[in-house]
Design a protein. Sequence first.
Length: 658
Amino acid sequence: MAPEPPSKPVSAVWKGKAKATEADFDDLNPVITYRHLHSRNLGVKDPLRVVALCDSDAFYAACEQVRLGIDPLLPLVVQQWDSLIAVNYPARKFGITRMEKIKEARKKCPELVVVHVATYREGEKEPGYWENPDTLTHKVSLDHYRRESMKIIKIFQEGLPTGEIEKASIDEAFIDFTRPVRDEILHRYPHLAQVPPDAPNGADSPLPPPPLILWDGLGTVIPVNPLSSGSSTDKLDLGTQDSDPASGDGVIDDDDELTTWHDVALSIAAELMGKMREDIRTKLGYTTSAGIARNKFLAKLTASYKKPNNQSILRNAAIPNYLRPMPFQKIRFLGGKLGKALAQEYDVSTVGDLLAISLDEMQRKFGENSVWVWEILRGIDRSEVKEKSAVNKSMCASKNLPQPITKASQGHHWIRVLAAELALRLNEARESNSGLWPKTIVLHVRQGYETARSKQAAFPFTRQVTVDLIASAGDKLWKELVGTGDARTRPMNINNVALSFAGVGTMEAGQQGIEGFFTTRTLPDELQRSAREGGVKRKIDSLNDPAEGPRANIGIGDDGGYSNALAGISTSFLCERCGKRVNLPDSLSDAGIGDEVRIEALEALRVEHDDFHLAQQLAKQLASNGSPQAIRAFDRPVQKKAKKQRAPEGIAKFLVRK
Ligand code: DCP
Ligand code: MG
């Protein structure tokens, strides 16, 4: 087959991190070459990039419906105190929304099934579905939803071992299909594996024309020309839950000549997504809605194109007509102050209106960084799908108190309720990872809307984490933080109490003594994998994320003693505390391993080694006085308080949270 002539020079395809230009809707149909197809690591620049967002339909309501074995066609809502937090689709047909009170909802639909969310009450180890739970004494539990959510994530992980999954919220996940789809293209079209000997530009030659795509059964394909295909009404159809998850309209557009290899990639992702959604439905009983497009921003928008129980596909060719009529204030990030400012400044409301504004003009008014708004309006989003660590580094149980605490003696009740939630969550996490151990327990209290204080202490390792154990650590912190509550000297008006575990880490099962837990731990799987695959820059970035908590400095030649700094990245470091040299395992010392990966591995090894010293110190303390000390006693680097905040400039001032 003769290769397709490039429609523009290949170099023009590569925008990288460069700014968007006037011709941006042009990059919707980049030339896709053999080099692109064969490359293993193009990241967000990949012209065959495919991302999906999968969102569960009326999630909490579905969880309750499945848990109670209720017919999914019956109208059902989940209640929290006297408000609604989830409304299933049959109930939405009665005009019931999440904004309403339970009384109004019952008026609209007398046969409404109402389930109050589970709550913790003092003295119970587990949350329950009690009669008449009261916000003055009980605390909401989302544990069941969290658990169900993890089951869904597991189906994605098992269904797509080479894909990247990012849990975006309790019922949403982004899925990066780029790698599995690329593998599948090469599998289905093996002739693409080799650059043809007569290809004029070698690997930079464009791929041959793509095959015809049969979209039937793959989902709702958003039309390139919505008016001519007449399917714009799809958006209004909320349907019922009985349709086949992988089915859709299979709209055949009037523009098959526009079919590209990216469309092939989208169609393969749609097949895989449909299978996983079907798995979720049959194994767990939940229906989902997914959006499949070239990046996260578009995938998220596309997911709500037709709900429930559907998947929609946004081809690159359909992006301009999809985005132009959209009210831009509906777009995430443009819904708040920034969107308002744009609407006022230009007296406009749709994305199409804003396209007329030049990049220079926008940057003059909203600062340099407004380039991202410029790009988003053109369907460009370079953010990555970032897999999160399997282990939650922190767990927090928090209660807003409708009736503030005015006496210290009232704290105990809430500490016990919060301790029950933490005990349940930690013990549950330990079911699949028995070595989990939080290094610290933290108590936070808030008075009014301004003053928040916290106090933390090391949390002693025990095999059995009980409510009593956590509550007594919490009580101790309460005494230190709040005092014994002489209201005459210390007026108290606490309206939020939270108890959290921080620094939750893994120890190897079956090891003896606390010191042993860290010495032989292997590097995390994720790290080993990234090493095999040649390194992933973002993981270095995430190591440096201040939100991740205290980190050692990973600069070469820093105090940790990375040796041979001048001769490249070392495979070991010298520990100042014990004077020992700690080596990377052989698999990561290989010459073929990239520098970034090795720095990352060394950093992980060093944190782990620090943990070992920390554990030793803890063990000594426990042996000598049997009680946890303030974590400040440890000489682990502690994150300094955030720097004095400068007044936000440019676009930032529109994004600041109050
Ligand atoms: N949720 C909540 N309060 C909110 C929004 C959501 O408690 N203000 C909870 C209840 C929802 C769950 O989070 O079931 C997921 O939120 P979604 O926005 O995805 O809403 P649903 O899944 O309920 O409905 P949809 O089918 O529109 O996704
Ligand atoms: Mg949802």
